[in-house]
Design a protein around this ligand. Structure first.
Ligand code: GUN
Length: 281
């Protein structure tokens, strides 16, 4: 039986509707939820992502402001922009779109975003909170994956979850979330030996590699839930990290597009509303 396609669009639509109601509630209490997005440079993919975020905010009734900085903007300019947004009581969430132009220091900028406005969950304070099981902002993509697993009733407790990719944005927080849900977690990366042997043990396999077709059908345990976080631009359009034949082996599979990507945006709205609701709505 071919894998069940996990419909991220449909699950995200429910979260977006929930966000719309929450935003309405805030407005009724005199608070306009407001997300500020900093977009430095001209990266074409980043521009598309930011436009998608703006559109999603507009549909949910969340105000969004995009601050566009030139490709050759200075570190100082970028840092000043963050500090100004930190001080603005009308801004609830701040997001610095990554990657930044090469000459800018990402770590220094992310460290400046106030942890209470850090709706991406990239600040060390929020990363640390996630690590030790305290409440804080959780990065949107791994959070979206958890909500998708939940929506499809996929058991996590006691299961073996294998993640490929150890980025701060996806792999590491994904490992923490699955661990907190009592999975046994294996975090694989470019130096991992015997990768396929490990992935074949996975009840839940998360691919966040950035290489089209990296995960083949032979790497998948029959019946596993395979979560494809990859968004790769190829001649054939957008493709994930998991090859098409995976559908013959997996029990559940997320499509690209229409899987995790939609959940990421829905979680950004949810995190922004969490931030706004601290202001008494
Ligand atoms: N670039 C790729 N993914 C993300 C994300 O989730 N947040 C930000 N800020 N930049 C990204």
């Amino acid at each position: 039986m071919p894998a069940i396609r996990m419909d991220g669009r449909a699950v995200a639509a429910r979260w977006k509707e929930e966000a719309r109601k929450r935003a309405e509630h805030c407005l009724e209490h005199g608070v306009t939820p407001h997300l500020a997005v900093i977009l430095a440079g001209e990266d074409p993919a980043s521009r598309v992502y930011v436009r998608n975020k703006e559109n999603a905010c507009a549909k949910a009734g969340i105000r969004s402001t995009v601050i566009r900085l030139a490709q050759d903007c200075t570190q100082e300019e970028l840092e000043k922009t963050v500090l100004t947004l930190n001080e603005d009581p009308g801004v609830h969430g701040i997001l610095v779109q990554l990657p930044l132009p090469k000459h800018l220091c990402e770590a220094r900028v992310l460290a400046l975003v106030h942890p209470d406005k850090d709706v991406d969950g990239f600040h060390a304070m929020n990363a640390g909170r996630l690590m030790i099981g305290q409440k804080g902002f959780v990065p949107c993509t791994p959070l979206g994956v958890m909500k998708l697993l939940e929506a499809y009733g996929i058991p996590i407790c006691g299961k073996h979850a294998v993640i490929i990719g150890r980025s701060n944005i996806v792999g590491k927080p994904m490992a923490m979330l699955l661990l907190a849900a009592n999975a046994t977690v294996t975090l694989c990366h470019s130096h991992t030996q015997g990768l396929a042997e490990l992935t074949r043990q996975a009840d839940i396999l998360v691919a966040a590699v950035g290489k089209p077709g990296f995960v083949t059908a032979e790497m998948i345990k029959p019946g596993a839930a395979v979560i494809d976080v990859g968004i790769n631009r190829t001649q054939d359009g957008l493709t994930g990290d998991v090859e098409e034949r995976a559908a013959d082996v997996a029990g559940f599979l997320t499509p690209v597009p229409g899987g995790v990507g939609q959940m990421t945006i829905a979680m950004l709205l949810s995190n922004t509303l969490d931030a706004a609701e601290r202001h008494g709505c």
